[in-house]
Ligand binder design. Structure first.
Ligand SMILES: [Zn+2]
Length: 253
């Protein structure tokens, strides 16, 4: 079979190629491609805590909580939703420096499905520029506001080489669910099967304190590892895109 022998040939080449290049086997394990919508991890035994809508006033203390527990989170940051991202440089850089995944949640948090191709691209590029200015890399992951993936959004994400994340457990923190009600959702879903990628928001104090602490303990009790979204997709080396903008690009909101 042509496909099988091609894989075997790649595997042979991989054995002698530079280590910095992800092996074709690793790439194949990702099981996802740019522009498709991911809702779960691609392996079991993991949990990817993914926080939307920051940076916010709790970002830094949330990072401290995750660091103290020795776990990695994913931050889907916007440019302007709760103030300008450039006013939160320290928190954004801290998330990156401490090994958490920093990803895009668009510049202004619009309904992406209703934007033109150019509008979608602009929403993504402004976040890329900000992240290059703040920590030197462009994100390769996006969670669209309201989880909306219609219109031209997925096409543009494919062109821009973004991995698109949704969720498999909506904690409902945005809809007045208490941490206890959210916890019940995780207990019902359980820990067997592919790891969860919950929808949660770092803009609610109860999420960053009560729910996060509970999830850290729940994971520990059940022997599951809390990892970045990229790592839960076997893509730990793919959090950021190749190439940079000039670091003297626009740096205001
Ligand atoms: Zn959001």
């Amino acid at each position: 079979m042509l496909f099988t022998s091609a894989v075997a040939a790649f595997a042979l080449v991989a054995g002698v190629s530079a280590r910095s290049v992800p092996s074709p086997i690793e790439v194949m394990k990702r099981t996802h491609v740019a522009g498709s919508v991911i809702t779960k991890c691609s392996k079991s035994g993991v949990l990817a805590l993914a926080y939307d809508d920051g940076p916010y006033q709790y970002t830094s203390s949330l990072i401290d909580t995750l660091d103290a527990a020795g776990v990695k989170g994913t931050f889907f940051f916007t440019g302007t939703l709760y103030g300008c991202i450039y006013n939160q440089r320290a928190a954004v850089k801290k998330a990156f420096d401490n090994g958490h995944q920093v990803a895009s949640h668009t510049w202004t948090h619009p309904h992406m499905a209703s934007l033109s191709a150019q509008g979608i691209q602009s929403e993504m590029e402004k976040v890329e520029q900000a992240m290059v200015n703040i920590f030197g890399k462009k994100p390769a992951y996006v969670r669209p506001p309201y989880l909306e993936t219609g219109g031209q959004f997925l096409n543009i994400m494919k062109q821009m080489n973004y991995t698109v994340i949704n969720d498999d457990i909506d904690t409902g923190d945005w809809n007045n669910k208490s941490p206890q009600q959210s916890q019940q959702l995780f207990q019902s879903a359980g820990v067997s099967g592919q790891g969860h990628i919950p929808l949660m928001h770092e803009t609610y104090q109860s999420t960053v304190t009560t729910l996060t602490t509970w999830l850290i303990n729940w994971a520990k009790t059940n022997n599951i590892k809390i990892v970045t979204v990229a790592e839960c997709l076997n893509d730990a080396d793919g959090m950021y895109k190749e190439g940079t903008f000039p670091s003297n690009g626009a740096s205001s909101c």
